[in-house]
Design a protein around this ligand. Structure first.
Ligand code: AGP
Length: 621
């Protein structure tokens, strides 16, 4: 038992399991590799071998545990197993902290947080249990064993454990006296059951098993599944059978693989034109936005007195684009809230408020908590989500899916571009319903968005060499500024986040007009500035801000509209956006900023798709 008081090891991870006729360790390892974007500081596999549960773990990437399994050979012949890849928020990665956890009797892998692990651990210690790790997961494993020792029934033991546990979890369990069977329980964290031919799977998301099957069930909260190679049983806590629709993932394995690109990130940027087209097309009828499929009534949009976007990170930046667009076209007040702040600010909301929760993964803990709070306060909640069937998608009053396809790279690119495209479409609809624009104006805006925009994004991507060239001259710095005004300031925030998360260069987005109120003291020849000036009415102002920083020795890269006056004389490097109605400039500008961050990080040899310390879906607070 660890001498130190337990430190709550919160992890955000990926789990997977297999039961069938193939090599369990091979299938589980394959699944973990596709989940590595969720977390990758340690990994482990448990499998039934010769009537007992064998376990192999390793610190570091999944490849390390794969290597150790091959060296040890102790899992050879296993056809039922579970696995886990970990992203720890606290506590160093180590063998003892990595999953699977438990004993020879019960082994589990877990994604989520056991909030009340400390009192549970004390209770278990008083019953004679000992602990070797500091994780909450080991507490869950021994809690299940404790209940099983008492009731001698697997389902009852798991149901009792669910009753005791406070927190969020997706857990896969193996009992040594129940071979070739995987049990699974979940609350708040995603867990799918993949259905194959004479084989079945469990996983955090369908990407982990796409190699073998694309049909799956989404297990519901407080439900239990019993999975063997030829059966899947799902039940609630009263042991009543539950039915879920058998879903089919439209994502091919190829779609989730790199498709010949150096990184998922650049592949996903290149998918933006198609992703925008795919997402908008079914929501346009007779050249006007149409959300009947989503049962989003015209009244809801027409009567909205205010809109609140709630999200995290890049998704929150999509909300900022929405704020500019909706306030400009619909003249409706829009708030943009950081979800982790919103949920503790006791927000003022009524049933007249439209709260839009934006999330690529649909599993971000802060955004989910914000959604639940908004619903408690009576607001109508609309999700804009990329992952079908994810928790935010299922809990919002309504959801509009962004059909961007799997986004594997931790840095969000195509999901963001599709989010803002969809928000523009909603803006056009709302402005038309509120009588702020005529039908012909609404049709023209819609045509530009649907017909021109994918081509404009393509033309932007085609400027790859020019963007890469510009990136080379700015990759040697440790700090830099992004400046802009209006929507360009909002895009500066997204450009800054992209650069920081994948290149590790510190950058700051600043309202250009605000620099002179203090921050300009930081401008030196060692502090380059990337100026965004895509708005015609603010261009001259931006040129004066560029001159301000140049006068203090800064090197400047300017991103402007094609044909912007004297641009080439104003900055050392200029990247022009393809001609576009400036109302939609945020879309090609986003692509430029994504590519700029990508090429800078590539020049620096960074681990672009899996940057240090980051995970794709942050399901911890
Ligand atoms: C985006 O590049 C980041 N990886 C991160 O900010 C992300 O946007 C944020 O965690 C929200 O994720 P979500 O869209 O899945 O909710």
């Amino acid at each position: 038992m660890s001498a130190r008081p337990p430190q709550r090891i919160k992890t955000m991870c990926g789990i997977t399991g297999y039961v069938g006729t193939k090599s369990a360790s091979e299938v589980v390892i394959h699944g973990l590799k596709t989940l590595e974007y969720r977390g990758y500081d340690s990994a482990g596999v448990a499998a039934f071998v010769n009537g007992r549960i064998g376990v192999v773990k390793a610190v570091g990437k999944v490849a390390n545990v794969e290597k150790r399994i091959a060296e040890l050979g102790t899992l050879n012949g296993a056809t039922c197993g579970i696995g886990h890849t970990r992203w720890a928020t606290h506590g160093a990665p180590s063998d003892k902290n990595s999953h699977p956890h438990g004993t020879d009797k019960v082994r589990i892998v877990h994604n989520g947080i056991i909030e009340n692990y400390a009192p549970l651990r004390e209770m278990l210690v008083s019953k004679g249990f000992t602990f070797e790790s500091e994780t909450d997961t080991e507490v869950a494993a021994k809690l299940i064993e404790y209940h099983y020792d008492n009731c001698k029934n697997h389902e009852d033991a798991l149901i009792s454990a669910m009753r005791d546990i406070i927190g969020s979890y997706a857990i896969a369990v193996m009992f040594s006296d129940c071979p070739e069977t995987i049990f699974a329980i979940r609350k708040d964290n995603p867990l799918i059951i993949g259905v194959g031919k004479n084989e079945n799977f469990v996983a955090s998301d369908i990407t982990a098993v796409l190699e073998y099957t694309n049909t799956y069930y989404q297990l519901g909260d407080f439900e239990l599944a019993i999975v063997t190679r030829d059966s899947v049983k799902m039940m609630d806590m009263k042991k009543n059978a539950v039915e879920h629709p058998l879903l089919t993932a439209t994502w091919s394995v190829e779609a989730a693989s790199r498709g010949g690109y150096d990184h998922f990130m650049i592949k996903e940027i290149n998918e933006e034109p198609e992703a925008v087209r795919k997402t908008l097309h079914p929501r346009i009828r007779n050249l006007l936005p149409n959300f009947e499929e989503e049962n989003l009534s015209d009244e809801r949009l027409k009567n909205a007195k205010s809109v609140t976007f709630v999200a995290c990170g890049t998704a929150m930046h999509a909300g900022l684009v929405g704020k500019t667009a909706i306030e400009q076209l619909c003249r409706v007040p829009v708030k943009v809230e950081i979800a982790s702040e919103f949920r503790y600010n006791n927000p003022i909301l009524t049933e007249d408020d439209l709260v839009v929760v934006i999330s690529q993964s649909g599993e971000t803990a802060d955004s989910l908590a914000a959604l639940r709070l908004a619903k408690e306060k009576g607001a109508y909640t609309l999700g804009i989500v990329n992952v079908i069937g994810s928790t935010i998608a299922r809990e919002a009053d309504n959801v509009i899916y962004t059909w961007a396809g799997p986004e594997i790279s931790v840095a969000s690119t195509k999901a963001y571009t599709v989010q803002i495209s969809l928000i523009y479409l909603l803006t056009i609809k709302m402005a038309y319903l509120k009588g702020k624009i005529s039908e012909s104006e609404a049709k023209e805006y819609t045509r530009i968005l649907y017909e021109d925009m994918p081509e404009i994004i393509k033309a932007t991507i085609a400027r790859e060499d020019e963007i890469h060239e510009a990136a080379k001259s700015f990759c040697a710095y440790s700090n830099l500024f992004f400046i802009g005004r209006g929507i360009d300031y909002h895009l500066a925030m997204e450009g800054s986040l992209k650069l920081k998360e994948i290149s590790y260069i510190h950058s700051e987005a600043y309202a250009a007009g605000e620099l002179k109120h203090g921050t300009i003291s930081l401008i030196t020849p060692e502090m380059p500035v990337i100026a965004l000036a895509t708005q015609e009415d603010l261009y001259e102002k931006m040129i004066s801000n560029i001159r301000e920083v140049k006068a203090r020795g800064a090197r400047v890269m300017l991103i402007a509209r094609e044909g912007a006056k004297d641009a080439a004389n104003e900055a050392e490097k200029v990247i022009f956006l393809p001609r576009c109605d400036q109302f939609f400039n945020a879309i090609p500008l986003a692509t430029v900023l994504q590519m700029l961050a990508y090429f800078i990080a590539k020049e620096l040899g960074r681990e672009i798709d899996q940057p240090r310390n980051l995970a794709k879906s942050v399901t911890v607070e």
